[in-house]
Design a binder for this molecule. Structure first.
Ligand code: G4P
Length: 282
């Protein structure tokens, strides 16, 4: 579900997250592996500040593996701990505890030196709508779900979920607003379904999709829509027209655009990444 963000919503979201931050040792920043820059909240550093953070590139099952590897290095170079994740997959989710311990190495050592009894790591999940926060919480908690009850000071009704003996999570994620100033970011978010596409024209989105696929994933596009190499030299509106005809939609470009976007979201065009690592330095 996506809401329109107004300044009041943003201030409230920020306040709620800041409130919860006090009770956790670490933040799990969930971002979409297909959009490692565009799917981050623009004020995240200011909001999270010095709180230890683990970055999770979620939906990595849908993203271009080469790009994901480059983005992982990018975040590591910035001094972050980062994992490629598939929140739907329990095996993938299991990597989170050891990675969290790495982030908290110093704190764990300090506690040990001081003779503080080891306890479970307390965490919260944070991210823009649709990046998979609920999916991650469900898979972390899963059948092992065990509400540990309210802790003093935590927002009333806030529960903790336990993952094994080593991790406790706030049961509601922190939801922050996406970037929306840059129209290209808006298109990318809409294509992956992170923001409502009725805010944008479907054919604009589909043309953008064709541009990206002709440039970076031409084989995937050819395979899916039975196109020739020559077809890929058409300009994008003509290509959209051709695909529309091939699918029997004639000149109903709206319907053809809708189909293209739906198939992209369903993963029928294969893996893809919209935020291109190589464009960082352009
Ligand atoms: P949110 O709480 O951050 O808003 O996101 P949520 O968990 O609701 O996930 C949004 C959509 O992303 C869901 O799909 C969910 O299944 C999907 N998703 C989450 N994590 C992953 C992942 O690692 N890989 C893939 N492929 N998909 C993921 P949906 O279509 O809205 O619902 P449904 O298909 O689960 O019914």
């Amino acid at each position: 579900m996506t809401i329109q963000w107004f300044p009041g919503h943003m201030a409230k979201a920020r306040r709620e997250v800041s409130e919860k931050l006090k009770f956790v040792d670490i933040v799990f920043e969930l971002i979409d592996a297909r959009l490692p820059l565009s799917s981050r909240n623009p004020m995240l550093d200011q909001i999270v500040q010095q709180k230890p953070r683990l970055i999770l590139l979620n939906k990595s099952d849908l993203a271009d593996i080469n790009q994901t590897n480059q983005w992982l290095n990018y975040f590591r170079d910035q001094g972050h701990q980062v994992l490629a994740l598939t929140a739907k997959d329990d095996k993938s989710v299991k990597q989170i505890v050891p990675a969290s311990k790495k982030v908290l190495t110093e704190k764990i050592a300090r506690d040990k030196d001081r003779g503080v009894k080891p306890r479970a790591i307390r965490a919260m999940v944070l991210g823009i709508p649709n990046v998979g926060k609920s999916t991650l919480l469900n898979h972390l908690a899963g059948k092992k779900i065990a509400s540990t009850g309210n802790r003093p000071g935590v927002t009333k009704g806030q529960q903790w979920l336990r993952f094994g003996t080593q991790l406790e999570l706030l049961d509601t994620p922190g939801i922050l607003w996406p970037k929306f100033e840059d129209p290209a970011v808006g298109k990318k978010l809409a294509l992956t379904g992170a923001i409502k596409d009725d805010l944008l024209h479907l054919d604009d989105l589909a043309l953008y999709q064709l541009e990206i696929f002709c440039r970076y994933y031409p084989e995937q596009l050819k395979d899916r829509y039975k196109l020739t190499n020559e077809d890929l030299f058409l300009d994008f509106p003509e290509l959209l027209m051709l695909i529309s005809e091939k699918r029997g939609f004639r000149d109903d470009y709206e319907r053809a655009s809708e189909m293209l976007i739906l198939e992209l979201r369903q993963g029928k065009l294969g893996r893809y990444t919209l935020d291109r690592f190589e464009e960082l330095s352009e």
